[in-house]
Design a protein around this ligand. Structure first.
Ligand code: ADP
Ligand code: MG
Ligand code: ZN
Length: 479
């Protein structure tokens, strides 16, 4: 950030595609990647005379999310029409919720950073709405794919409580973790399952009122969220420093040039002519449904982190890395299942496995061996059958070849030699060749011990089991 005289104020509106098989108001499938206009029907194509029917599962997922976020679940909420014209919105309005959303208030707690206290980011609301279709601009024509039309979305709106780009990303990660944990979303930002509008303003550090904000639309990666906020905060500070005012605008992020660009002046609620949806009755949530969902709540990320720290004796940092991606936790547990010490497994995953993932830019299951094989490899280290260095070479080879631990260790001839006779033979060779040093050692230069260990290891191509080498060598040196 360019200056300490100003502070950033950030509020996020997150749109999450919900993990349901069917759409919000009809039975069409929600699958990603179907051929254009494959999953459509008269309801989601807005034919005259059709009526929406609310998907019950969607409501339950939203309630779960609301409970996880400490929101109040409204016993009575209302769907509303949000009117605007766009070719991908065939009804001319989107069914959403307006002044009576399903979940109200609440907060998401961010784990404390090294120094500070945990931070609570308050929520304004969580509401349900339908997605629009997708415009495809081809060379000679513009086309519309309605597969996405009517897919259920949950919008999670935060209060402007976030104070830095890093904090905004931490919030988004925590929120994604919660959505995945309760089964409300798959959290795949790269497939557009989570999209985020970022509201940014700046103000003098001692101010109590909020500054004018811009809204950056539709960011679909953590990196873009962070970069867009950094850019926008700096831009606003420069504008204000130059004596200009911040216009209330909607911006787009340009990932190529890494700048935000104004798209339109900001729309306001009354531009949308919201009114209650006459085709749907108010959504009534009976208290016993909330109680039932409460009783079935899965572990949330914060609870999972606590459990990992407690059960496996890991540090906060180790836990945050293992649970920071939604695939490493399972990987870790499956490595442990091979009887591996938790610290050893965690260290290995944080260094070797993550390195393999980062270097290959592939998902975990392609970049690294199956956790069972990684576990088998670490087992060999723990049983002194291979050295730690040999395990590192074997692991790198396994990542490339996809072969198992046993086969790789055999193929590369990495197995450690523990056979006493073979080690004794190597010791004899070394002592015979180094008569002068042996005499010095026996005369009291005990410092030479390390030299002999090194020489025996070298004679064995680095594969001697250090424990056995030490035992045999001490015996031989004693004469
Ligand atoms: P809209 O739908 O018009 O964007 P809302 O009033 O619901 O409007 O606000 C949307 C988001 O903007 C919320 O996440 C809120 O926290 C955030 N926000 C509101 N005022 C500011 C501000 N001055 N600076 C930063 N964020 C803000
Ligand atoms: Mg908005
Ligand atoms: Zn449909």
């Amino acid at each position: 950030m360019k200056t300490d005289a100003y502070e950033a104020v950030i509020g996020l509106e997150v749109h999450a595609h919900m993990l349901t098989r069917s759409k919000l108001f009809c039975g069409c499938a929600t699958e990603f990647g179907a051929p254009p206009n494959h999953n459509v029907c008269p309801v989601c194509m807005a034919m005259p005379g059709v009526l929406p029917v609310l998907n019950r599962h969607v409501v339950e997922l939203a309630i779960r999310t609301g409970l996880a976020a400490h929101s109040e679940i409204a016993p009575h909420s209302v769907f509303a029409r949000k009117s605007y014209f766009y070719p991908d919105l065939p009804k001319g309005y989107q069914i959403s919720q307006y002044d009576e959303p399903l979940c109200r208030g609440g907060y998401i707690e961010l784990a404390a950073r090294q120094d500070g206290e945990p931070r609570r980011i308050r929520l304004v609301r969580i509401h349900l709405e339908e997605d629009a279709g997708k415009n495809i601009h081809a060379e000679s024509a513009s086309l519309v794919d309605f597969n996405r039309s009517g897919v259920p979305l949950m919008e999670i709106v935060s209060e402007p409580d976030l104070r830095s780009p890093e904090e905004a990303v931490a919030y988004l990660r925590e929120l994604r973790g919660i959505l995945v944990a309760v089964g409300a979303s798959d959290g795949k930002m790269e497939e557009g399952s989570l999209r985020c509008d970022v509201n940014v303003s700046v103000r003098p550090r001692d101010a109590t009122e909020l500054g004018a904000r811009t809204e950056i639309k539709n960011l679909n990666s953590f990196r873009f969220v962070e970069k867009a906020i950094v850019y926008e905060v700096n831009r606003q500070i420069e504008e204000i420093a130059a004596g200009r005012r911040i216009a209330q605008e909607t911006h787009l992020w340009d990932p190529e040039r890494e700048v935000t660009r104004p798209m339109r002046s900001k729309e306001f609620a009354n531009d949308y002519r919201y009114f209650p949806e006459p085709d749907l009755p108010p959504l009534i949530v009976p208290p016993d449904l909330v109680e039932k969902i409460k009783a079935e709540m899965p572990d949330l990320p914060a609870q999972q982190r606590e459990k990992y720290a407690r059960d496996f004796g890991l540090t906060t940092y180790e836990v945050s890395v293992l649970l920071g991606r939604n695939d490493l936790g399972d990987y870790f547990v499956n490595v442990l299942a091979q009887g591996i010490n938790a610290k050893t497994a965690a260290n290995w995953i944080m260094t070797e496995v993550l390195r393999a993932v980062n270097e290959s830019a592939q998902p975990l299951e392609k970049a690294a061996p199956q956790p069972q094989e990684t576990g088998a490899l670490l087992r060999m280290v723990e049983d002194s059958r291979i050295s730690l260095n040999a395990a590192k070479s074997a692991f790198a080879a396994m990542c490339r070849s996809g072969k198992g631990a046993q086969a790789t260790v055999a193929e590369l001839g990495l197995a450690q030699v523990s056979d006493e006779a073979a080690i004794a033979e190597a010791c004899d060779r070394v002592l015979a060749a180094e008569g002068a040093k042996l005499a010095e050692y026996r005369a009291g230069r005990e410092k030479l011990y390390g030299f002999f260990v090194g020489a025996v290891m070298k004679a064995m191509g680095g594969k001697g089991n250090p424990k056995v080498v030490n035992e045999v060598l001490r015996r031989k040196l004693a004469g």
